[in-house]
Design a protein around this ligand. Sequence first.
Ligand code: IMP
Length: 193
Amino acid sequence: MRQLLFFSNNKNKIIEIKKIFDKFNLELLSLNDLKISEEPEESGQTFEENAKIKSDYGFNKTGIPCFADDSGICIESLNWKPGVLSKRFLNSFKSNEACFESIIKSVKMKSKQNAYFKTSISLTVKDNQSVIFNGKIDGKISEQAKGRFGFGYDPIFISKNYNKTLAELPTKEKNEISHRSIAVTKLINFLSN
Ligand code: IMP
């Protein structure tokens, strides 16, 4: 069975990605499986750049074809930020709830509800040879945080044509529509060809 390394230590993402990869004849490894704890600095200005920094690093360290994702939320009322700084933005508040309240307040003040999640996946198969796959999901910020599934900003994001937040959708249902699953499906199509 062919091996593929997913360069991530994020348990929730690994669960989501492993579920998507279940039906493929590939051994999907994570950093934890290889006892790798160091990660490169995510110094890119875009999701694509950060994903490539990580997949190149993983390939160079292990020699195993490696993919990495970089994702985040872009919010209209915050001038389409925090983007690549999504994790740092969330962690800069005393709790996720405090962050959600601040975002919801900015949406109300500016009357701008739009938002999107984006994932960029970079796959490195040879030295410095990588391919990028993008996934995006459009939606809006909810009027209040809701739901117990998922992670990160899921409790305040409602996908277009839905009336529930991503955190109200079980993993399987989120996987059917998420930015990450769109990018992963493109990656899988590439690997299958
Ligand atoms: P990362 O750099 O790809 O790990 O993602 C950065 C941050 O974006 C995460 O820590 C989350 O806060 C947020 N994020 C990324 N993907 C999702 C998602 O599917 N749902 C909710 N938040 C997400």
